[in-house]
Design a protein. Structure first.
Length: 314
């Protein structure tokens, strides 16, 4: 799928005229200092209060002052602060990595995958649990991360999921409408059963909010254990050629397209990130070929000798 085709030239022009897009240049002074590695935000606030920071030659002691780091002459103890460039990376997280910025258990971090080649301090946009794999975005742009990860903006993520048991049609219907979890009711999911083989089922699932381990917990309520979970798509952005553990920079058109999806007014049911079924089937065939070449399978290779009856839940 051509990632650059998700948006139009006219759409990008409209985006460039949006006030919220143009206002991104100005940030709070303590945030700029923290991003430059001076210290934590609290430490930077203390430094500002001590009068050690100047902006265009004037001492600034007030909190919350907004500055355009690309244009202003910002100095701390007389040393000029260079603004950190914004970084946007698309990473294929392997199973076994966590998406947090630190881990008390010493597990490998998804940021470790880029540490040798990216000097900026980046963090994961949203979450992808340790047992899952697939696409995740790393960035140092907090505003962009909020647009992509907050449910209100409707950026949807698409997954290839293998679950145990035969998933009945009424289960799919209930999950599509929303399921009650500890945090509240889910917003619902777009669920399609691709194949039912033996005791497992291969599904295509698209969600827009991403509660903690949402897909696993939702299917567990119906006694279906998630065996494999692979994120294929984030808001229309995908890359079939990206191998586990590898990463690439997001293209300017992809970044702009995600911003446009998040900022455009909703029109009926939000379908951002939805992948046509022909693309899903093409991806599944590709994954099968890769798995067979590596000696593993998403599902058993055999087909049932006769059609199995699906017991519907009452």
């Amino acid at each position: 799928m051509d990632n650059t085709s998700i948006t139009s030239i006219g759409g990008l022009a409209r985006l460039a005229r949006m006030p919220c897009f143009l206002a991104m240049a100005e940030e709070r002074l303590q945030k700029i200092l923290a991003a430059a590695g001076i210290g934590s935000r609290r430490k930077c606030e203390q430094i500002i209060a001590e009068g050690r920071v100047t902006v265009d030659g004037r001492v600034v002691r007030e909190m919350g002052v907004k500055v355009d780091a690309a244009r202003a002459d910002i100095r701390c103890d007389g040393v000029r602060i260079r603004p950190e460039r914004k970084v946007y990376l698309l990473v294929h997280k392997p199973k076994g990595y966590v998406s947090t910025s630190a881990d008390d258990m010493g597990r490998p971090l998804v940021t470790d995958l880029v540490a040798d080649r990216v000097r900026e301090r980046v963090f994961a946009v949203g979450r992808l649990d340790e047992d899952s794999e697939g696409l995740i975005i790393l960035t140092n742009d907090g505003e962009f991360a909020n647009l992509v990860s907050h449910p209100r903006y409707g950026i949807r993520k698409t997954y290839l999921v293998v679950v145990s048991g035969q998933v009945a049609d009424d289960t799919v219907a209930q999950i599509s409408k929303g399921v009650w979890l500890a945090e509240g009711r889910t917003a619902g999911a777009d669920v399609k059963v691709i194949r039912r083989v033996g005791s497992d089922a291969l599904l295509h699932v698209t969600i827009g909010e991403g509660m903690n381990r949402e897909i696993r917990r939702v299917f567990a309520k119906f006694d279906h254990k998630v065996k494999k979970l692979l994120r294929l798509n984030i808001g229309g952005i995908s890359d079939e050629s990206l191998k586990p553990g590898r990463f690439r920079a997001l293209r300017p058109a992809e970044i702009a397209a995600l911003r446009e999806r998040a900022l455009r007014p909703p029109q009926g049911k939000v379908e951002a990130g939805h992948v046509p079924m022909r693309e899903v089937r093409r991806e599944i065939k590709k994954r099968y070929r890769q798995a067979e070449a590596e000696g593993e399978h998403f599902l058993p290779a055999h087909r049932p000798s006769r059609r199995q009856n699906v017991k519907r839940k009452t």
